[in-house]
Design a protein around this ligand. Sequence first.
Ligand code: ADP
Ligand code: MG
Length: 974
Amino acid sequence: MMKAARIQTPRRPVKKPSNNLKDPVGVYCRVRPLTTEDTECCVEHISNTTIQLHPPDGIKVNRNGEFKEMQCSFKEVFGAFTTQKELFNVVARPLVEDLIHGKNGLLFTYGVTGSGKTHTMTGSPGDGGLLPRCLDMIFCSIGPFQAKRYVFKPDDKNAMEVQGDVDALLERQKRDAQISIIPKILSSRHRMDPEFADMITVPEHCKAEGVDEDSVYSLFVSYIEIYNNYLYDLLEEMPPDPIKPKPPQSKILREDSNHNMYVAGCTEVEVKSTEEAFEVFWKGQKKRRIANTTLNRESSRSHSVFIIKLAQAPLDADGDNVLQAKDQTIVSQLSLVDLAGSERTNRTKAEGSRLREAGNINQSLMTLRTCIEVLRENQMYGTNKMVPYRDSKLTHLFKNYFDGEGKVRMIVCINPNADDYEETLLVMRFAEMTQEVEVARPVDKPICGLTPGRRYRNQAFKEELTRKLELRGGPINGEDPSIAEALLQGFVPLPSVEITDANDEQTLPHLIECLEQRNKIRHLATEEMKKTVNTIRGMLHDWDSKFTAKENYIQDQQEKLLEKNRFINGQKTETERLEKKIKTLEYKIEILQKTANIYEEDKRTLQQELDERDQKLHREQSDKRRLEQRMQGVMTDTKMKWEKECERRVQAKQLEMQNKLWVKDEKLKQLKAIVSEARTERPEKPERPPREKEKKVHVRSASPPSVPFPGNTVASLPISQHCPVSGPQLHRRSNSCSTISVASCISEWEQKTPEWNKNGSALPKNKHSLLETPQVRGFNFRERRQGVNKLGGCKIDGCRREVGVDQDGPRRNAPPVRLLHRRSRSAGGERWVDHKPVGSVETDTVLQPHIPNAITVAVPNEKALAKCDKYILTHQELASDGEIETKLIKGEVYKTRGGGQAVQFTDIEKLKQEPPTSTRKRRSSQSAPPQQEETTESEWTDVETRCSVAVEMRAGSNLGPGYQHHAQPKRRKP
Ligand code: ADP
Ligand code: MG
């Protein structure tokens, strides 16, 4: 028989899954609770996913420790206290959801006998298992969208046909007639076996999401038993034969056009509720039990396969009828498999034929293991070994789940009893292996191209139509039972058709007449109906066109709306862009404002600075003007001074020249005289050989003196001038002195001045020369010999010849005279000669010289000097710093022996203005010798200064013994 099956279903190229996504077989573990008789537990629950097997003590002893501890992991482990509901939610629910969405699924329980496979799959009384729960969930989900019975009609090629409403109705009537013959197997719930009735009482119903409302659904169930590698249809109806009951006929496997395997000729019962489905199942279950009893089979040796097939077809465009298109019909199936016990044959003491059966059962599970192994190998190592699906009906039936696509889940049931240890170990190894096999994930079925929401639209339309027809008055719908009734009421009642007499000629003609009348009415009604149908069709078309127009309008409006939306979006984007721009510009403005403020601030600062500089400039300009004015004043002064100087020098030169001229004249005269004397009185004067010089002096004294030197020239005068003697004495002395030129006197004095300075200390030895004491300086005024100095106001002779006088003194035996008389102060206070030369500038100093009781003169004269005993000269000069320095040169007036006046300088007071920042004073420190100071202070002077500025001496100066300024003797004309 097996061979035959192989021949009948030759291998075909396997249809490859349409996607590459694969999921491993989901392997879950359920550990049942220990029974009261069980003593030892060999299973330890380690975690949610792992359990551990402990070998019982006895086994260790017997097998020499061959068995070890073993851990095994699953997708999830459910313990003894797991409820059916919990298990369902995790394991079966996703499969049901897949089924409703047109995807296939396979769920099987695996384990040794008594481990709880049936408890898990079917459930126990009062505690429904996965099967009733799956059915409940399916009906809860598709309930309102179920097709009328017989709309879907399974063909014998594992496909589903969709029938029209009329055909379905006819089918229904046919089946109903059959039911009247065969006692109803589908009964209401109250007739259900109370043993399992509460197994389908599910307290909480659950529902799948995403059920297509525009489709109709129908559920078909089939129940197959695989025993000894034979397939039996547990739902097959066979008329009971009380005489000789037929043994159940085995079924064969076929492959449909989609390469799915199916049991050919298997009963598929369309069920409309959970109760109905479960009743069908229970019927099969009962049949199975009976068969097992009658054929002396052990139920644990068979595999039971409960197939739930869900057919789904979309409603047509009107949403009124089911679309009769095979390609639009989706059929998905969920197979719930309660496998036979996985234990080995020796476990149950089977004998004879039963042993063979057990071997076969075992064989199918062995094949399952082999298939899983090969699949795993092929997937893991990329090999292409042939999977021996065909070696057993079980594997062959589910081949497509592993080769094609679908979701496969296995619940490994474990009895923790130590007696089952060895078998449990094998179960666990199989479970481990199965987890490594991957199955292609089922893809979503394409949705038909019809608009969604057809069903409710059609319903709404129907309601509206009914309402309108009612308003028009008259039922029209042929299908409506009320209309049919109305029609039937219009028929003439049938007369009695009972023929009592063979000659009865009235009954039949009457019946014929009646039937004819009825036929006429029927024709009329049909006509009427046709008309109505046409009217309705027209209305429908009308409605349809209106609806299309409306739809078009709506689409149009929607397009417009979209357009508007796009426009609005565009505007929004533009607005956002502009807002951003505004923000950027605002920011820029802010920055510019700040910059402007900074510039404004800068401008203010610069303006302020400018103003300050302007003011400074003004100040500087005014300072400059003032300085200019001062400089101009100074320049004018200097210019005047130099003009005077030049004039003075010219005069000096003139004088010198005149002197030379005079000397020559004198010489000439003397020569003349000598010549004339020699001629007249040469022998009369032999006493003393006249010395040339004396002669000259004499001659000179006889002749008018040369023009006196200008005051600013330190002129050398004849010795007689230095001697405070009277005029005749001078003359006499002059005679005794050799005649010398004024110029030579000056040069001599200049050369000797340093010596005087040096030898000043030695000079006082000469007691005759009172004049030459360092303290005494001055000049003599003599009658008839007045010198006018424009600046100094006096003629100053620095005369070294005095030394010569003193030296000559003893030689000439002149008596020592007191050179200077001091005027008696008791005579009545001090009187001053205030000598202010012409051109003196008024100083604007705060300190002003105030001399009481003074005779102010521009040029000192003898008359004034005679009256006073003090002399003061206001001398001004330009200091090197450009300031005018006023010196008050003080002196005392003495009467000379010759009756003239002599001034001895005693003191100098300085009056000077200078800027406070000047450092000049500091530079001329006290330690510096006055001589040096003088030199530094007025470089430009030197000889000229010494000549032009009278004589400047300070008290205590070691410049030398005082210079006597003699009043310039009036030039006597020769
Ligand atoms: P199997 O089908 O594997 O041979 P069964 O489902 O028939 O095993 O279980 C044997 C016994 O154990 C039954 O009486 C069942 O009620 C009980 N049983 C099994 N699993 C459980 C469980 N998880 N909880 C309670 N009782 C269980
Ligand atoms: Mg069982």
